[in-house]
Design a binder for this molecule. Structure first.
Ligand code: FAD
Ligand code: SF4
Length: 886
């Protein structure tokens, strides 16, 4: 069967998914991220009314936008759909869950208990790692350009007056061009070493307050600019508009994932379903997305914990307003539209902190709204402005209010807020905390539904509202509930739970490391895994739990080694803590290779494909940049895997096709000890939209040293239908075959393209060169000198057959099957080659291998005689006798 396979599929690219994509790709696993939403480079977020009206996620209605709005009976909710998940529209606050709030077996009002099977201590290294990667930094309120942010000062004053803790939390925002540099407004930001997947210049924060609409300046350090760019740098395949519909375990191990690829141009209502399989499946589609996928596919996961759907909570979210703040008799400016959406936080202690009678802890943060309301305002009349805003909001969020008995909120809101609600003296307050996580997500009529109300958290909400009223009083403001509060509804942007972690299947769906009980290799990395409300804004905790999950996963695969990865923590799991080499300590190496040749559709043998392609003038070429991310690790690992990026160009494919994902293996082990392969696997999509895989190999096997040149420069390849991984080659449908060659000119150019990056560039280049030459030496050295019979696979047929039998049983089998190379075309060239092998070339080769300078031109010089052998290779290939990729 022709099916794509990868080490890891990650569903969703929010906080859980992005961290997983980066950590696992960085460790060398092949990772495919399936994200249903689109990507949003800076400058593409909706701002005009027309754009806003399309900015919702509802593919059935032809909408593929950013906001996914849910209306349940007890509450409403907004989450995000896009590459970077909630980080695209979140308010950037990174707060750690308070140490004591990791409660253990805390009784819930209506039975059961909440328990966190992980502690703050265990999570701290992962918090550190995520904060580092997201560039968390407190709002620079003490800096002149930022000091005039009135709302932050107002919150500070109110907290001081009320005896509450106030802080400037870490914000994942760039206030300066580089971390630690002098802050400034609108300054060009320097990209980190791993680059930026959008390739668009980012600028530091200009305090426009538009964070929850998406940052058009790129000042937010959202996941696309950070984890996902780093994941992509390490080879992760990020696929947008790919929505996962079905998941199931495979009988032979691993998982299968069915997905559709939306096309906003055609808006197909029923896009074609495709399947990818993987060894490990990471669910990170958010609390709603992941729980829905598991509920929908539950029958395929027999024995899944009954905790599925439980522990849902809205993280105690409450939105209220302070209106017309006054300082004595004069209006007190709060300037809610100046600054990022949130700048500061007041902490309400919790009973578990040792404050008797305090109840459940919470945070209250200053909110903001953008200063762009011009597009909503046609008249200067303020009352109309409010009505219009509310009307627009109502229209845009139609589904959001769909469950409310009467949806005419505009009048209510206008009446309540009155003139000047969005004036300089008003401020939204955002509350959140440890509400009671006793909600249940379930399927009703095939759709996700939630049984959850504020009832069991009444005490918590009462305390929150009374504290907000006290803040209003201190600031001389009028306190106003959000109008929908009167219907005992809340709006949550922090949904959590649904597939909670627990110590055993009776307690949770997944274990404390996110692995689903009873289903090895299936992980939950997102907000669904939360066993209760985080309390503060949850995304940092979700990301830290995912980081911890990855460390455990990599330990299980034996891939945690070296020192700490730049954006991940390796300790904090119970399985010890070998460390992983940091990016700053690694040296990478890259070079560019260009090869050209012929290809024919319908042919299965490369030689025949080359011949037919040549006859019909069907050329194919590629230009690849091969990148070794960490030379040390590359040399250590037996497969010697590097990334391949670039393009394939062929008229039969419809022109130049970008490589979507590519791998290159240098001298990975072949079917015999003295046989090595250079493998190429390139995924691309042809002009007709058909996914294709070029699978190629250069066959480096023991024979005359003169074969060094043709062997290392001749690439046999097949093109498969679909994006196929190696394990599925045998079953994959072959679209065609051919041969590519590296010309001397191209090789000379290639030598000029070698680059290194990192602390030990020259040494790395030398090690790489030494490896290259010594591997060749290993394969082609004359075995005569080492007590072996010479291998004469280039000798005329009978000699080759007997030599193969004598030295290499597998080669002998190849020979019998007619798959071993046979010098049928040019006996003279073979004889020449043999002669050189026995004499001069061997000596040359030895010189090269022992060379101090390790220059590639010397290798060419040693192989120059091989131009003759090229003729032989051509003949072999033409006869379809090219070696197999085994
Ligand atoms: C306006 C707003 C402000 C916020 N402010 C803050 C804040 O300041 N600090 C904070 O900590 N948190 C904040 N949050 C909450 C934060 O965004 C979420 O807690 C966080 O994003 C959850 O992370 P996650 O990994 O669980 O899922 P998400 O980030 O929601 O990511 C899930 C991803 O999965 C994708 N997906 C869903 N279903 C599928 C499918 N079937 N196939 C493929 N892909 C799928 C979605 O498109 C999405 O990209 C805010 C949220 C909002 C809406
Ligand atoms: S305030 Fe404006 S510029 Fe700053 S992060 Fe938010 S959206 Fe970007």
């Amino acid at each position: 069967m022709n099916r794509e396979h990868t080490d890891v599929v990650v569903v969703g690219s929010g906080f859980g998914g992005s961290v997983a994509a980066y950590r696992l790709a960085e460790a060398g696993l092949s990772v495919v991220v399936l994200e249903r939403g689109q990507d949003y480079p800076p400058g593409t977020f909706a701002r005009t009314p027309a754009q806003m009206s399309r900015a919702f996620w509802d593919p059935a209605e032809g909408l593929y936008g950013l906001y996914d709005v849910w209306g349940f009976r007890g509450f409403d909710s907004v989450v995000s759909s896009g590459l970077g998940g909630g980080s695209l529209i979140y308010a950037n606050v990174l707060l750690r869950k308070d140490e004591e709030w990791f409660v253990k077996e805390e009784a819930l009002p209506e039975g059961g208990y909440e328990t966190w099977p992980v502690s703050r201590q265990e999570l701290d290294p992962h918090y550190d790692a995520v904060e580092g990667m997201l560039g968390g930094t407190p709002y620079p309120l003490d800096h002149p350009a930022f000091a005039g942010t009135a709302k932050a000062h107002a919150m500070q004053d109110a907290a001081a007056e009320l005896g509450l803790d106030w802080q400037l939390p870490s914000l994942a925002v760039s206030f300066a061009p580089t971390p630690g540099a002098e802050p400034g407004l609108g300054l060009p930001i320097t990209d980190p070493k791993y680059g930026n997947l959008h390739g668009v210049q980012r600028r530091s924060c200009r305090l426009c307050g538009e964070c929850y609409l998406g940052c058009n300046d790129g000042a937010k350090n959202s996941l696309d600019h950070t984890y996902l760019s780093a994941a992509r740098h390490h080879g992760a395949d990020l696929r947008t508009l790919h929505e996962v519909r079905e998941i199931r375990p495979r009988p032979e191990g691993g998982y299968e994932v069915d997905y559709v690829h939306h096309d906003p141009l055609t808006k197909a209502r029923k896009p074609e379903s495709r399947t990818i399989s993987c060894d490990r499946l990471v669910l990170a589609a958010g609390a709603y997305g992941t729980t829905y996928l598991l509920l929908r596919n539950k029958a395929r996961f027999p024995g899944l914990s009954d905790a599925l759907g439980t522990r849902f909570s809205g993280n105690g979210d409450l939105l209220t307003f302070l209106l017309r703040a006054k300082d004595r008799d004069r209006l007190r400016p709060l300037d809610a539209s100046l600054g990022p959406t949130i700048t500061s936080a007041i902490r309400l202690p919790d009973e578990v902190d040792g404050v008797p009678g305090a109840g459940r802890g919470a945070y209250i943060e200053d909110g903001g709204y953008p200063n762009f309301v011009g597009w909503m305002v046609e008249e200067a009349d303020i009352a109309h402005e409010i009505s219009r805003i509310v009307r627009l909001m109502r229209e845009r969020f139609a589904a959001f209010f769909s469950h409310a008995p009467d949806t005419n909120l505009s009048g209510e809101v206008s009446e309540l807020i009155g003139d000047g609600a969005l004036s300089v003296s008003s401020l939204p307050l955002l509350g959140m905390g440890r509400d009671v996580p006793d909600g249940v997500l379930r399927l009703r009529g095939g759709r996700l539904d939630a049984d959850w109300t504020t009832k069991t958290s009444e005490e918590y909400f009462a305390r929150m509202r009374s504290t907000m009223k006290r803040i209003a009083a201190v600031l001389g403001a009028t306190y106003a509930d959000n109008p929908i509060w009167f219907r005992k509804r809340i709006i949550t942007v922090h949904p959590g739970g649904g597939a909670p972690m627990g110590r055993h299947p009776g307690e949770g769906v997944c274990d404390p490391f996110g692995e689903v009980h009873g289903f090895p290799g299936l992980y939950i990395a997102d907000g669904a895994a939360l066993p209760g409300a985080v309390g503060p804004n949850p995304s940092l905790t979700i990301a830290a739990l995912s980081d911890r999950m990855c460390t455990r996963l990599l330990e299980d695969t034996g891939r945690v080694h070296g020192t700490r990865p730049v954006g991940g923590a390796v300790n904090g799991t119970t399985r010890g803590s070998e460390v992983h080499r940091g990016a700053e300590e690694r040296t990478s190496l890259s070079f560019t290779e260009e090869m050209k040749g012929f290809f024919a559709e319908g042919e299965h043998a490369p030689g025949a494909g080359e011949q037919a392609g040549r006859d019909h003038g069907h050329r194919l070429g590629f230009r690849l940049t091969i990148t070794v991310d960490d030379v040390d690790r590359f040399l250590e690992e037996p497969e010697h895997t590097a990334r391949a990026e670039g393009w394939i160009d062929a008229a039969v494919c419809g022109g130049r096709c970008q490589i979507e994902r590519g791998w290159f293996n240098l001298f990975c082990p072949g079917s015999a000890p003295d046989r090595k392969l250079m493998r190429y696997r390139l995924h691309f999509t042809d002009a007709k939209g058909r996914p294709r895989t070029l699978s190629g190999w250069k066959d480096i096997r023991h024979r005359a040293a003169t074969r060094v040149w043709p062997d290392t420069t001749t690439l046999f390849f097949r093109i498969f239908e679909g994006h196929v991984m190696e394990s599925d080659d045998d079953e994959a449908a072959i679209a065609g075959a051919g041969i590519l060659r590296l010309g001397l000119d191209d090789f000379a150019r290639q030598l000029t393209t070698f680059r290194t990056e990192g602390p030990n560039g020259l040494a790395a280049l030398e090690r790489f060169g030494h490896f290259f030459l010594s591997e060749l030496w290993d394969v082609y050295r004359p075995k005569l000198f080492h007590g072996h019979a010479p291998d004469t696979t280039d000798a005329p047929q009978t000699a080759a057959g007997s030599a193969a039998t004598a030295t290499d049983p597998e080669a002998a089998a190849d020979f019998k099957n007619g798959t071993a190379p046979q010098a049928t075309g040019d006996a003279q060239a073979v004889a020449d080659a043999q002669a050189v092998a026995d004499a001069q070339a061997v000596g040359d080769f030895e010189v090269v291998a022992n060379s101090e300078t390790l220059a590639f031109p010397e290798l060419v010089a040693a192989s120059e005689v091989a131009t003759d052998s090229q003729v032989a290779a051509d003949s072999e290939a033409a006869a379809g006798n090219e070696p197999s990729p085994a």
